[in-house]
Design a protein around this ligand. Structure first.
Ligand SMILES: [Zn+2]
Ligand SMILES: [Zn+2]
Length: 374
């Protein structure tokens, strides 16, 4: 049965790939150059912070950041898939999870200096006539960022971004990309990824400009999730996608991780259509010593929705809310990039997930949590 469904997905995929414009989205590569296979599992990678790796193989371990081979395998898969993408979005996080002292500030500054036009960390780019990409530096708003505490508009980004979107209103559609997503984390109650006051401002901006912004694409959480921005009347106005990481890292006590994932979008500029996700089964790849990246799912196919426009995602999210929703179970498996099918998410876990999909501002999110009686 599995084989048959894989064949069906591939058939569907070959039809789809001929039809539309495409782009890749990759995120959170987190290269750990120290990764190596050795007898002493506590020495496999710096990023496991002395904790013995679980089952280290050539493509990585779930307690470690990405070995170079894993990253290369993702890129060669993307190359071999030959999608002819119009562009690639890369939403950050390159260094390994090691203490700050282990990272070299000089190297970081060198890298940034090489990327001169992105030096402020935010920029905007016309991809083709009618389609503009606005890249925001949401790291400015990231809760642990001490430098921006008490600033109302760090680096003047709100002001400048607003201007840009305002000016493009009549001519262009806009894709917004950034590292740290807006909204609430799907795995931690009452927690926004950016500082709460900034989140409120961003939600307000995106509500105002939902006629221009055709999609928002983020990384940072390492998991695959969606959000649907509702306007003040509860009408769905924006589709938001958080792409899973290439790194499989998790902490020892965390039950969840993710298989390495990369993603492609198929789109029309005014109706950015369909979503396809690829992944690598890390355990299998290590066992077989070869990286066999596979198509994981096609969103419209997996959930039987017409497209990934806000109203379709809204309808899907309403289905998630139903008790014992098979759609939600599937969504949760994708959340972990098919890491472990025996893990389930019910009760509080499900409430947090479902509220995060639909409610991005403090008022509606807390109402959602309260309604669940938690
Ligand atoms: Zn990351
Ligand atoms: Zn991050």
């Amino acid at each position: 049965f599995l084989l048959l469904s894989q064949i069906c997905i591939y058939l569907q995929w070959s039809i789809l790939r001929a039809c539309c414009s495409k782009f890749w989205h990759i995120s959170d590569l987190h290269l750990d150059p120290t990764y190596h296979i050795t007898e002493d599992h506590s020495k496999v990678c710096f990023s496991s912070k002395g904790i013995p790796a679980l089952d280290p193989g050539v493509f990585g371990d779930f307690l470690c950041d990405s070995p170079y081979r894993l990253i290369l395998s993702a890129f060669s898969y993307m190359k071999q898939a030959d999608l002819q993408p119009e562009f690639i979005i890369w939403t950050g996080d390159s260094p390994p999870h090691v203490p700050k002292e282990e990272l070299s500030t000089d190297v970081v500054i060198d890298v940034i200096a090489n990327m001169t036009h992105t030096i402020r960390g935010f920029y905007s780019l016309v991809i083709k006539p009618g389609l503009r990409l606005v890249s925001l530096n949401t790291n400015l708003y990231y809760s642990p960022n001490q430098v921006t505490v008490n600033m109302t508009d760090p680096a003047g980004q709100f002001q400048q971004k607003l201007e840009k979107v305002k000016r493009t209103r009549c001519t262009d559609h806009v894709y917004v990309i950034a590292h740290v997503p807006i909204g609430y984390l799907p795995y931690a109650i009452n927690t926004t990824a950016v500082r709460e006051s900034y989140n409120e401002q961003l939600v307000k901006i995106f509500r105002n400009y939902s006629d221009v912004v055709q999609g928002q694409f983020y990384g940072h959480t390492h998991r695959d999730s969606i959000m649907v921005l509702l306007d003040q009347q509860g009408k769905p106005v924006n589709s938001i996608f958080v792409t899973p990481a290439v790194t499989p890292i998790k902490s020892l006590l965390e039950p969840y991780s993710n298989n390495p994932g990369v993603r492609a979008y198929l789109y029309h500029p005014e109706n950015y259509g369909l979503l396809v996700s690829f992944y690598l089964n890390l355990t299998e790849a290590n066992l077989e010593q070869k990286s066999d990246w596979k198509l994981e799912y096609i969103m419209t196919e997996a959930f039987d929705i017409d497209d990934i426009q806000p109203h379709s995602l809204h309808e899907l999210a309403l289905r998630f809310e139903q008790p014992q929703s098979k759609d939600f179970d599937k969504y949760f498996n994708h959340f972990m990039v098919s890491y472990n099918f025996s893990l389930t998410c019910e009760g509080l876990c499900k409430t947090i997930q479902v509220c995060a999909v639909h409610f991005l501002d403090q008022e509606t999110y807390s109402q959602c949590i309260a309604k669940a009686g938690i």
